[in-house]
Design a protein around this ligand. Structure first.
Ligand code: ZN
Length: 465
């Protein structure tokens, strides 16, 4: 009868649909997905705000995760409260080792700006919430899952693989990667490649439009400006205005320093590749940009994220002076975050800033990064990353230059190839949350990134059957 035939068709369709769903679930419900998610959630609950860091708690957590798979690891570093974690899977070969790097510390939070607890490790609305969800505990867990996968599957390694979780990246890495490379070089014997944070991808809704493998970064120069003078009642203000006024005048001059646009070779390579991948009004400009730069055109077309790669930047980030409206403070302090193109001379910039500040304001260097050469791209790891990222999302992969900084620079300085990658898709509306409020990662994007990381590491480190 037509009716039962109709029911049969409906039933068949439902059955097919159910089978389809089960297939889809088959990939979505890989048992390690839950394991990775649980690990990230627990990691997010450990407060490793730097300062002070307290990275040892994070290092111990990761250590016990590795222990479950019978992988020995060691806490390393000179400060008992600020330990890093190191584990190595040996291959018995002399091939250049791969080091999987991430930092345990996170930037502090302003708790009342968050709508969810910053260290609650909450799962809500398809997201995993917490400081470090994007920067960069998610990468740490993805690397850990890729690392233990090698052991679990008993894969024969063609090169050693090292898992390293470090302290202190957010404040420059001197007490983490910098210290370890300087004082325990044996940990890094035969390391040829590092995979670290710092990559970028552009995600529109659910689709990636471009992946960036970070090969070069700007150079940080962090400064503190201090003005002093007699303290006293504000009604009897000194003729020069006192410490706060002196500082404000100096900062105004520093803020007016000009840092013209110029094009460096790494940025040109990035822009050309990014321009070729785009289909909008930025495309032609990115592809054809040459020195001398048409500043008006750049200002009109390129968003700030691209423009900062064309010049040194000076940001006044922290101010401190006085406690009450009617007292002149004895001291006023400002901190200034300068980011230099790798070809710029840090000492020349320092001299310009000192000259602008004048003799009444002392300029002290808090951090001075050294320019390091970009990581080359003519090797098997870059080709593999390019291929895997392209295959995963069928989009262009470009050599990316970041305006930020990361621990990759410590390794590049030693001639070790280091790439910044972000295996996770990140929507633009989530992309602003690292270092801000409500940092979060979409649970599905996290799982996909864990899978991608696992296949990259297995491909690069394990012998093919
Ligand atoms: Zn980071």
């Amino acid at each position: 009868m037509p009716f039962s035939r109709h029911r049969l068709v409906v039933l068949t369709l439902l059955l097919l649909f159910a089978l389809r769903c089960r297939e889809a679930e088959g990939t979505a419900h890989d048992p390690t997905d839950r394991e990775a998610e649980d690990a990230l959630v627990q990691y997010l609950r450990i407060d490793t705000s730097n300062p002070p860091g307290n990275e040892t708690a994070g290092a111990e957590f990761l250590k016990q995760l590795l222990q479950k798979d019978g992988i020995p690891s060691q806490l390393v570093g000179s400060d008992p409260k600020r330990q890093s974690l190191y584990a190595r899977l040996s291959s018995g070969t002399n091939e250049k080792a791969l080091l999987l790097l991430h930092h345990i510390d996170v930037v502090p939070v302003v708790a009342n700006e968050w709508t969810k607890p910053a260290f609650g490790g909450l799962r809500a609305g398809g997201y995993l919430w917490g400081r470090g969800a994007l920067d960069v505990k998610s990468l740490g867990i993805a690397e850990l899952m890729a690392f233990v996968n090698l052991k679990r599957r008993g894969l024969k390694l063609k090169r050693d693989v090292i898992y390293l979780a470090v302290a202190d990246e957010e404040l420059g890495g001197r007490h983490g990667a910098g210290e370890l490379l300087a004082t325990q070089p044996e940990l890094f014997a035969n390391v040829g490649y590092v995979l670290n944070e710092g990559g970028a991808n552009e995600t529109v809704v659910d689709a990636v439009t471009q992946w960036g493998i970070e090969v070069q970064q700007k150079v940080p120069l962090w400064l503190r400006a201090t003005a002093s003078g007699p303290a006293g009642h504000a009604a009897g203000v000194p003729s020069d205005g006192g410490a706060a006024a002196k500082l404000v005048r100096a900062l105004a001059k520093i803020d007016q320093l000009e840092t013209p646009y110029r094009l460096t070779p790494s940025v040109q390579a990035f822009f050309r590749a990014a321009g070729a991948a785009k289909r909008d009004d930025r495309s032609e400009l990115l592809r054809t940009l040459v020195d001398p730069i048409d500043a008006k055109r750049v200002d009109a077309i390129l968003p700030p994220g691209y423009r900062v790669l064309l010049r040194d930047t000076i940001a006044i980030t922290h101010l401190e002076a006085g406690r009450s409206v009617n007292s002149v403070p004895a001291k006023a302090v400002a901190e200034i975050d300068v980011r230099l193109l790798p070809e710029s001379d840090p000492n020349a910039m320092l001299e310009r800033i000192r000259a602008a500040a004048g003799k009444d304001v002392q300029i002290e260097v808090l951090l001075q990064g050294e320019p390091v050469p970009e990581s080359p791209r003519d090797n098997e790891l870059y080709r593999l990353l390019e291929k895997r990222m392209h295959d995963a999302y069928a989009v262009p992969v470009v050599p990316f230059v970041t305006a930020g900084t990361s621990d990759s620079r410590w390794f590049r300085k030693q001639g070790i190839v280091a790439y910044g990658i972000s295996p996770f898709k990140v929507n633009y509306y989530d992309a602003g949350t690292p270092h801000g409020a409500d940092e979060r990662i979409r649970a599905r994007f996290f799982s996909e990134g864990v899978h991608l990381m696992r296949s990259i590491v297995a491909d690069f480190a394990a012998q093919q059957p």
